[in-house]
Design a protein around this ligand. Structure first.
Ligand code: AP5
Length: 213
């Protein structure tokens, strides 16, 4: 099964992607995580991506599409994938559909995690992310067991540079202008399912898994 997690910054895509991927037994591919890994390693891709990410803007479509299609061509994605943070523009969605169609494949579900803007801003101001495995936490809603340390890998937790209030504002504007139109795109294809993201994390997970059927 090939699944897309859609939703604004802070909706809970990264929090939920692992659960959905584990349920399906397929990999979780998060474009934001891949970009951040490249930034951390100082690669050419990372240097380019950083310029856009630090402004809260999208990395150009051609770079992002090539990166995701290369990742999806690896053997572990042969039986399915959960895409988190991709596609984010109509051009990306069309490129993805085109590439899948050449293999008689398609996106089976686009799961939209619905969260109000007020809640997004609150969540992102309290978010901390593991420097190692990138698992997200929240100071109030989902704290780590040990202050500042990741439960999964023992890595150090940090605040993302693009979670500064001025960057969050830009990211929400970019989502509204460039990514929200994808809701209609997948609605027209009959693959969209909406889930209320303003519930406890476990309930959101349950609804997402139920929406796969
Ligand atoms: P990316 O990393 O994808 O960021 P995003 O889409 O802005 O999403 P976030 O990671 O901010 O939020 P999330 O929905 O994953 O929420 P989370 O689970 O962490 O992209 C970063 C940048 O990379 C982009 O701005 C762009 O520059 C670039 N990029 C990435 N993909 C691209 C693409 N396709 N094209 C071009 N550029 C691209 O949760 C947020 C917080 O809320 C956490 O603290 C969490 O603990 C908490 N939380 C989660 N669920 C709940 C709940 N139910 N109740 C209470 N708290 C909750």
């Amino acid at each position: 099964m090939r699944v897309i997690l859609l939703g604004p910054p802070g909706a809970g895509k990264g929090t939920q992607a692992g659960t959905v991927a584990a349920h399906l037994g397929v990999p979780h591919v998060a474009t934001g995580d891949i970009f951040r890994e490249n930034v951390g390693q100082g690669t050419e891709l990372g240097t380019l991506a950083k310029q856009y990410m630090n402004q809260g803007q999208l990395v150009p479509d051609d770079v992002t599409i090539a990166m995701v299609l290369e990742r999806m061509a690896r053997p572990d994605c042969a039986s399915g994938v959960v895409l988190d943070g991709f596609p984010r523009t109509t051009a990306q969605a069309e490129a993805l559909d085109g590439a899948l169609a050449t293999q008689d494949q398609a996106i089976d579900r686009a799961l939209l995690i619905d969260v109000s803007e007020q809640e997004l801003v609150k969540r992102l101001s309290g978010r901390r992310v593991c420097r190692g495995c990138q698992r997200p936490y929240n100071l109030t809603e989902a704290p780590s067991k040990k202050d500042g340390i990741c439960d999964e890998c023992g890595g150090e937790l940090e605040q993302r540079a693009d979670d500064a209030p001025d960057k969050v504002k830009v990211r929400i504007q970019v989502y509204t202008a460039q990514t929200a139109p994808l809701v209609g795109y997948y609605e027209n294809k009959g693959t969209l399912r909406r889930v209320n993201g303003e519930q406890p994390i476990e309930l959101v997970a349950r609804e997402l898994v139920a929406a796969l059927v």
